[in-house]
Design a binder for this molecule. Structure first.
Ligand SMILES: [Zn+2]
Length: 304
């Protein structure tokens, strides 16, 4: 069985980004044979089902898409030029079953519906396309901006400002003390799931201090040492989850009700029942595609 890291979504990508190619060489033609084209219809991805399902459509298959929407050049995947386009939601109608299948990116990741290396590619495409959708105007002077560098930059024709796709750092932490770890449940969490605490890094803040601040704000628990474990792109729309392991120095929980509906300490034995879906209260662990699963699994396995 693949280890927990191998089952994380979006961490593998064979995309060769070709920053130099975007910048100094003409972007290859989108309809050349061998090109791969990723199509998003609203939030959903158009897939070609079959023995090896893929989101990398051929130019012939992608020709069903309506003209007009911005196409970005991502780079090369297994030496094929790869492009991505965000279409309106109703464009999905042009890609009917059984030749095509439509699925949202979370579902594709959870089901392993495409190769893991293709998930990373889809994460890049989704984040960059979402950024274009929200950044049509210059934040400096308000003029309409123009896509450049294959879609990895927008430029303002009035004031000359360059704008780049953003990545939002989020700390997510396994907070532990002795044989227990701290888990919580956000007000909007699905079903019965509990997870690690998490929060956005603020400007001018270290990762370690963000872990300490978020943990204290949400639960009143003080944290001492913090160490980095692994990171995960989370393209909803553009987060980078920074997984950390943190040692608590206090135990009394004072929950912030706006941030968390529940927070509690669980022992390794209790966490085991959550992973095995036999917890007496029916609470469950996050899915293997999420980095919180990896962090909690580390704790369970005693590697923390
Ligand atoms: Zn401007």
């Amino acid at each position: 069985m693949a280890d927990a890291y191998d089952r994380l979504g979006f961490v593998k990508s064979r995309l060769v980004r070709h920053g130099a190619e975007r910048e100094h060489v003409a972007v290859p033609p989108v309809d050349a044979p061998g090109t791969g084209i990723l199509l998003f219809a609203g939030d959903r991805v158009i897939l070609r089902p079959g023995e090896t399902p893929t989101a990398l459509l051929t130019p012939d298959e992608a020709a069903r898409r309506p003209d007009g929407p911005l196409t970005i050049f991502l780079g090369r995947f297994e030496d094929r030029p790869v492009f991505a386009t965000a279409l309106p939601e109703d464009a999905a109608e042009s890609f009917p079953e059984p030749d095509f299948r439509i699925s949202d990116l979370r579902g594709i990741a959870a089901q392993g519906a495409v190769a893991a290396e293709e998930l990373g590619l889809l994460a890049t495409a989704k984040s960059v396309l979402a950024w274009h959708g929200r950044n049509g105007f210059c934040s400096n002077c308000g003029t309409a901006t123009e896509p450049k560098a294959g879609g990895f930059r927008r430029e303002c024709p009035a004031c000359g400002m360059h704008h780049f796709p953003r990545t939002d750092p989020v700390v997510i932490m396994l907070v532990h003390r002795g044989d227990a770890c701290l888990i919580g449940r956000g007000p909007h969490f699905p079903g019965t799931m509990y997870s690690c605490l998490a929060g956005f890094v603020e400007p001018g803040e270290t990762i370690e201090d963000a872990v300490r601040r978020e943990t204290f704000e949400e639960t009143g628990i003080a944290v001492g040492s913090v160490r980095y474990r692994a990171s995960q792109p989370w393209p909803f729309p553009s987060s980078l989850m920074i997984g950390c392991v943190a040692e608590a120095t206090t135990e009394v929980i004072t929950r912030d009700p706006l941030e968390l509906a529940e927070a509690r300490w669980v022992s390794r034995a209790e966490l085991r029942t959550m992973f095995d879906a036999c917890h007496p209260e029916g609470i469950t662990a996050p899915q293997p595609l999420a980095i919180a699963h990896l962090l909690l699994r580390d704790f369970l396995d005693g590697t923390v």
